[in-house]
Design a protein around this ligand. Structure first.
Ligand code: F6R
Length: 608
């Protein structure tokens, strides 16, 4: 993970580096640092914790200089303290790094044997020492980087700044994204276009193995073999990168509230409202009718969206689905049919395990289809077809609006598959599309339960453990509810298939454990009621997230009932995403947690 930036500028660059890092904090916020050159002299400021700590330091001891690099860290090697913070430096150069250098131990031993002295526990410092060592042997900066890169194993992106070299920076991409931005007499480097959006809308994405020498006039790009490479310049719609909280206290709150709008925007792309039909504007290089199975892979919340989609593809399109988390898929090496289909789901489009699974599927001769939120991401670029979600930038670390937009796209895709495979009548498709069109309105209605959820959150905040239960598509929603709660409130939470409770987890139930049951009034509601009764009989305190019909039919005493609007059960997961997100959000806020930047997490997981 981590975010890196670099600027070859005209005036002082420290503020601009910090501004770019602020936009990269979603990639990690364990420490931050910048290095610049002032009259050829290398200097740096680093601080443990959030970027605001670095900003304070820069007020006390400013860092002049018109060329510099910066870093925001998600710790992999070594504790998140100042010594391990980037940039790492020797007398000759400073370097910032995103990713992992897998052979760092071997390189460190070699360099120590040659006399290098290391300060930090990081893998990054070996890069600084290695390049320095090569320069000690007489190579210039460019030749030293060119000689060092092939010696580094792993997935990484790097930016180098050299003492005495005020006119250029070097950036390198090997498995982690890196973009170059062009300004008026200034050139920029960043982990993504979002970081560079305040300065430029003209971007080049480096390709795998590329490295580049950035000067004030532009960039010279070389490919992995060292040959000059031409990479296209693209215009990026910078307004798409405007990020502020509006009137909300946190990005997460804003993003939960935005869902009716962004789900509506996503639907507008995939649905012909007048004809009551799904329309796929993106050409698909395969035919759903010819598939014998669908493989889905993703991580975290995106994986849970995939689990919901499994129910949709299997019931609506009668298409068998195999799904696994990407960190398992990539090493499990599942047999995949040539010309079959692998579907990957990712908000960021940069998740290392998802990307590796995508590449594995491609190598097996599969078609690949990506549901992604960042259309310029590596996963989007490497898939044979892309189904974009239109959630807009998601800044809160806990995924909310990206999830509901993923569900929306996946349901549209399952409907298209059902039509192609002849398993879904035009009437049924129209009925589901009509229901889908009501989703934004129903989500807006669900948001109005916020005050009730805020009250309930005070009760949940007292718990040490919380269980979530659901059946059918509400089962993955239970998993997602538990993930959301634990990641931002740090309360231990688990999601279970309601019917699985009696096979073990029921032993956990007592009066201190709130049990959140996600149960719209659907065909299997009665079965869930039986499971709620089992919980109630053991003194468990039930919080029912359901509709009025279900609450009346269940006739159970609950700690609370969140009465949702009535929804068509097929679209229920999209609408029910709202209360489960609000429960986690308000619990964490009540407990005084940092909801937008929870401990130990990062928004974009570019390490495996
Ligand atoms: C949880 C969360 C993570 C991500 C996961 C995959 O709220 O945000 O579990 O869903 O890291 O990330 P993407 O979707 O970017 O591949």
């Amino acid at each position: 993970m981590c975010g890196i930036v670099g600027i070859v500028g005209r005036d002082s660059v420290a503020d601009a580096l910090v501004e770019a890092l602020r936009r990269l904090e979603y990639r990690g916020y364990d420490s931050a640092g910048i290095a610049t050159l002032e009259r050829g002299r290398l200097d740096r400021r680093r601080a443990e914790g959030k970027l605001s700590n670095l900003q304070r330091k820069l007020v006390e001891t400013p860092l002049p200089g018109a060329i510099g690099i910066g870093h925001t860290r998600w710790a992999t090697h070594g504790r998140p303290n100042e010594t391990n913070a980037h940039p790492h430096a020797t007398g000759r150069l400073a370097v910032v790094h995103n990713g992992i250098i897998e052979n760092f131990r071997e390189l460190k031993n070699e360099l120590e044997a040659a006399g290098a002295r290391f300060e930090s526990e990081t893998d990054t410092e070996v890069v600084a020492q290695l390049v320095s060592h090569l320069m000690d042997q007489g190579l210039g900066p460019v030749a030293a980087v060119a000689a060092a890169l092939p010696r580094l194993h792993g997935a990484f992106a790097l930016a180098f700044l050299f003492a005495g070299e005020e006119d250029f920076l070097i950036g390198a991409r090997h498995g982690a994204p890196l973009a170059i931005g062009y300004g008026q007499g200034e050139t920029y480097l960043g982990s993504d276009a979002l970081a560079l959006a305040p300065f430029t809308d003209e971007i080049t994405y480096l390709e795998e193995g590329d490295w580049a020498i950035l000067t004030r006039d532009g960039a010279e790009i070389r490919d992995i073999a060292g040959n000059l490479a031409r990479r296209p310049r693209q215009r990026i719609a910078t307004q798409a990168y405007l990020v502020d909280k509006g009137n909300h206290r946190h990005f997460m709150a804003k993003e939960i509230h935005e869902q009716p709008e962004v789900v509506g925007r996503t639907l507008a792309h995939y649905v012909d409202m007048a004809r009551g039909q799904v329309v796929l504007r993106e050409a698909l290089p395969f035919d759903f009718a010819r598939l014998s199975r669908l493989s889905i892979t993703a991580c975290g919340t995106a994986y849970y969206a995939g689990l919901v989609a499994k129910y949709w593809f299997e019931t609506l399109a009668r298409l068998p689905v195999e799904i696994d988390v990407a960190s398992e898929t990539r090493y499990r090496e599942p047999p995949l049919e040539r010309d079959g289909l692998t579907l990957v789901i990712s908000q960021s489009g940069e998740t290392a395990d998802t990307l590796a699974s995508l590449r594995y599927a491609k190598a097996q001769g599969q078609h690949t289809l990506a549901v992604v939120n960042v259309p310029t991401s590596t996963i989007a670029r490497e898939s044979s077809a892309v189904m974009p979600t239109f959630a807009g930038p998601e800044i809160g670390v806990a995924s909310t609006k990206a999830f509901s937009c993923q569900l929306t796209v996946l349901l549209c895709l399952a409907l298209a598959a059902g039509r192609a495979r002849g398993t879904l009548s035009a009437e049924r498709e129209r009925a589901i599309v009509d229901a889908l069109i009501t989703a934004p309105g129903l989500m807006a209605e669900a948001v109005t339960m916020e005050a009730a959820i805020e009250g309930l959150a005070r009760e949940i905040a007292k718990a040490r453990d919380v269980l979530y239960l659901g059946r059918g598509t509400s089962y993955p929603m239970a998993l997602e509810g538990a993930l959301k709660l634990k990641e931002i409130s740090y309360i231990h939470a688990e999601g279970y298939a309601a019917g699985e409770l009696k096979h073990g987890p029921i032993a956990l139930i007592d009066e201190s454990v709130p049990v959140i049951v996600i149960a719209p009034h659907d065909a299997i509601f009665e079965k869930t009621v039986s499971n709620m009764q089992e919980v109630a009989a053991r003194g468990g305190r039930i919080i029912l997230v359901g509709d009025a019909k279900g609450a009346a039919a269940a006739g159970l005493e609950t700690l609370a009932t969140l009465t949702m609007p009535e929804v068509d059960p097929v679209i229920a997961p999209i609408v029910y995403a709202v209360p489960i997100q609000l429960i986690a959000y308000h619990t964490a806020v009540f407990m005084g947690k940092d909801v937008d930047q929870p401990r130990n997490l990062a928004k974009s997981v570019t390490v495996e």
